[in-house]
Structure formats: structure tokens, C-alpha cells
Design a protein around this ligand. Structure first.
Ligand code: MLT
Length: 252
């Protein structure tokens, strides 16, 4: 019998479950049940009412999804904004997680400059639509010289998003609270990884907060920018595979 816990992966902004295609293929071949829920307003999901558009409401939403669809405790992973959601979920519903994977993310709140940048992005979303996110985000998400194939795949995912959902998510990210003080309470095994060329959450920044989580390990993904799961899927999958093998054999 396969004793791998269910794996839940939460996507980042401005993407959807499509970003996990390579991980889903790998983890299914590994024999795991893998779930990649869309956050409210992303992919085919309608947005939440405005009062439910916050990182903590998104965490409640993912927790409800886990209760309805999975067998907790699960391995819960998140990329970037998905990592903000996972950290909030671990803080409040940690009993339903047996391990965590945090990719190209961080626990801090927005700086005033980043928040200001989001407000400007919202006004471009209102006037231009999601096309603006392709121009704004592609250079920030990918390494300095990405392949045309990866650029096209990422642009395709961004272009199919609903501008209203993107505006709500930008507001949610802008208003999120700092979760750094909760990191020491995470006692489950935790894999923290990020791309060498990540300009949004660089390795040096990630290693500082990772060291506050007791049972965590850091893995750097070479030849990848922020969007390491799509840019360097083999290395990311290998790190996830080793992590899962280790935690499942320790539990036997
Ligand atoms: C992401 O990749 O999810 C975003 O860059 C995160 C953010 O906008 O803070």
C-alpha cells in the first residue's frame, strides 16, 4: 500500500493550478495523490465576495478544500503567494499538515513601496486588463534568459486569468500580515526552496527566515528565477521526491 500522505500544492500570483503540471505528473508517477486547488478568482474559480478576499480567508478556503477532498494530515506546499496562504493555514490549522513545502516565498508583509506598486498594478488591470500582468510579471517571474517555450507557457496561464480575481488577489497580498513571528511554531518537517536567480524572494532572504523553522531544510534550485517549479521542474521534483521519501520512511 502507498503510504505517501496526500499532497496539496497552492499556486502563486497571477497563475493557477496549471503551473503545477510538471509536479503533478511526477508526483502521480511517484504514487501520490496530488491536489492543486485554484484560489478564489483564479483559473475557472469565481472570486470570493470582497470581504473574503484576504490571505487568511484564502487559507480558510484551502483548509475547507482539504477537509472536503483529502485525507489529512497532508503535505501542504505553496509557491510565492501560495506560500503566504500556506503559512497562514499552518498557523491556524496546523494539525491537518504533516509536512510543508515552501517555494520562492517569504513570511513578511509588503513594504510600503511594494504595496504602492500593487495599487498601480490594480489601476493598470482596470484600464488595460490582464495583458498588463504579462508585461509586468514575466521578467520578474523568470530567470534572465528564459526559453521561448517557458515564456509562452507562463504568458498563456497569465492571459487566461480574470482581471477581477487578479485585482482582489493584489488587494489581499497588499493587506496581508507579517507571519515571521509564527515561524518558530512550525514543528513539522519543512522543505524550503527557491531559484538562484529569484529576484522577488532571493535565496539570501529565504535562508534567513528558513532558519527560524526548526525542522526545515533549504534547497537552492540552479538555473531558475522566481518561478522555479516551472523553470526547473526536474530539480524541483527531485527535491520534493527526496523530501517525501525521507519523511515517509521516518514515519514507518
Ligand atoms: C507570486 O509569485 O505569487 C507573486 O510574485 C507574489 C506577490 O505578488 O507577492
Amino acid at each position: 500500500m502507498n503510504d505517501t500522505p496526500d499532497i496539496v500544492l497552492v499556486h502563486g500570483f497571477p497563475l493557477d493550478e496549471g503551473m503545477w503540471a510538471d509536479q503533478v505528473k511526477f508526483l502521480q508517477a511517484f504514487g501520490a495523490r496530488v491536489f492543486t486547488p485554484n484560489l478564489p478568482g483564479f483559473g475557472s474559480r469565481p472570486g470570493n465576495p470582497a470581504h473574503r478576499c484576504s490571505i487568511s480567508a484564502f487559507a480558510e478556503d484551502i483548509h475547507q478544500y482539504i477537509i472536503r477532498n483529502c485525507t489529512p494530515p497532508c503535505i501542504i506546499g505553496g509557491f510565492s503567494m501560495g506560500g503566504y496562504v500556506v503559512l497562514s493555514l499552518l498557523n491556524r490549522f496546523g494539525k491537518d499538515a504533516c509536512a510543508a513545502i515552501l517555494m520562492d516565498t517569504h513570511p513578511a508583509a509588503d513594504s510600503p513601496e511594494t504595496r504602492q506598486g500593487r495599487l498601480q498594478s490594480i489601476s493598470r488591470l482596470q484600464s488595460v486588463g490582464v495583458k498588463t500582468l504579462v508585461d509586468e510579471m514575466l521578467p520578474r517571474l523568470l530567470s534572465p534568459a528564459p526559453s521561448p517555450q517557458i515564456r509562452d507557457r507562463v504568458a498563456g496561464i497569465i492571459e487566461r486569468q480574470n482581471p477581477i480575481g487578479m485585482i482582489q488577489a493584489q488587494m489581499a497580498a497588499a493587506m496581508r500580515i507579517d507571519q515571521t513571528d509564527h515561524l518558530h511554531k512550525i514543528t513539522i518537517p519543512c522543505l524550503v526552496m527557491g531559484g538562484t536567480w529569484d529576484a522577488i524572494t532571493p535565496p539570501e532572504m529565504m535562508k534567513i527566515w528558513q532558519s527560524k523553522i526548526g525542522r526545515s531544510r533549504w534547497v537552492e534550485i540552479p538555473n531558475a528565477g522566481h518561478l522555479s517549479p516551472m523553470e526547473a521542474p526536474d530539480q524541483v521534483n527531485q527535491a520534493i521526491g527526496s523530501f517525501i521519501t525521507e519523511i515517509t520512511s521516518a514515519g514507518r
